[in-house]
Design a protein around this ligand. Structure first.
Ligand code: KG4
Ligand code: ZN
Length: 333
């Protein structure tokens, strides 16, 4: 079975072809990062316009690299939310047009479920149930993946997403955009214990996240140092900030697995490519006999292979959309 996946929810125009749900035949990603860099974040109107310009070529290339034609596909899977509505509309419109023209079923995919499914691409043996930490630029959730299409949210962020905090701190440190990979690299040269930034825990029964406090604490620290004319060591700040975020992400996820009596954890979303997070969560898991999986970095950030994978399981369940499918900026998991 062949599925064409299409993704355009943020600043990556992507298309991919999968065979039997897990074998990636092609995975084309046209990133717009360079366009948004000078604004320090994604500009929605620019993103939509760029998606329109590149989506046809990206889809053609995905089919070509897979050595397939549209007629060979069994279904077309597309991200319809959550995300930037104008950006999402481009992928949804393209998918609807192709499904109509080629008379193929259309499978709607939730972007966050796609991120979770990325783990199946990198680990053919992985099966539910498992606990998944999803940390991206827009979301931070701990999800119990009960089955391929059944998910339950255990915890969520009450304010900022983890990736959003990485991006903001990178900006105030003058590192650039997107911040995650830049902080990840700089933190390797710093001392994670140089400054103790807050780790928020609401109460002992609640695993929800909050990252706005640590973000503000770093900004205040930098302002105070500037007012006093003190020089700061950016690598130490990056490492200390990253440690605060990772402590909470890892700690809460391990606790969620222990509470649910599940001995498998997966990590997903852009922040899942963070080298220190990967190391820490695997070490903490090993100490408690919990297996920890994470996708290869290319499947952590936005891509369409993960969308095609989710589309495959949606197809098996008969979860199809008709041509009235619309983009949804906000979409519950
Ligand atoms: O999943 P993604 O590509 O897009 C969303 O759906 O949001 O995630 C992008 C986010 C950005 O905030 C980026 O800074 C963060 O993931 N990110 C990282 C790393 N690579 C990407 N954060 C920490 N460490 C990284 N290595
Ligand atoms: Zn994403």
């Amino acid at each position: 079975m062949y599925i064409l996946g299409i993704e355009s929810s943020c600043d990556e125009t992507a298309a991919a072809v999968l065979e039997d749900g897990r074998k990636v035949l092609s995975n084309v990603i046209n990133t717009q990062i360079d366009l948004h860099k000078k604004y320090g974040g994604v500009v929605p109107e620019i993103a939509s316009r760029k998606h329109i310009e590149s989506i046809d070529a990206v889809i053609d290339e995905a089919l070509e690299r897979a050595g397939k034609r549209l007629g060979d596909m069994d279904a077309i899977a597309v991200t319809y939310g959550p995300g930037l509505v104008g950006a999402l509309l481009v992928g949804v419109s393209a998918a609807k047009a192709l499904a109509y023209a080629a008379e193929k079923p259309l499978v709607p995919v939730h972007h966050i479920k796609g991120h979770i499914m990325a783990n199946f691409l990198s680990h053919p043996g992985l099966e539910p149930p498992f606990v998944c930490l999803v940390a991206s630029g827009g979301h931070s959730h701990i999800v119990e993946v009960k089955d391929y299409t059944e998910f339950e949210i255990i915890a969520r962020t009450r304010d900022d997403a983890a990736g959003e905090a990485f991006d903001k701190i990178a900006r105030v440190l003058g590192l650039g955009y997107p911040g995650g990979p830049l902080i990840d690299a700089l933190a390797k040269e710093g001392d994670a214990e140089a400054v103790s930034f807050p780790r928020v825990r609401f109460d002992k029964n609640c695993l929800d996240f909050s990252f706005s406090g640590v973000k503000t604490a770093v900004i205040n620290y930098l302002h105070k140092a500037e007012q006093r004319g003190e020089s700061i060591n950016k690598a130490d700040i990056a490492a200390s900030f990253q440690a605060a975020v990772i402590d909470v992400l890892c700690g809460h996820t391990i606790e969620a697995a222990l509470k649910s009596n599940i001995n498998t954890i997966a990590v997903a979303g852009g922040v899942a490519s963070n080298s220190e997070l990967r190391k820490r969560i695997r070490e903490s898991g090993e100490e408690r006999n919990i297996r920890v999986f994470y996708p290869e970095p290319v499947f952590c950030t936005d891509n369409a292979a993960m969308i095609a994978c989710a589309g495959y399981y949606g197809y098996l369940k008969g979860d199809f959309a008709d041509l009235t499918l619309n983009a949804a900026a906000n979409l519950p998991l």
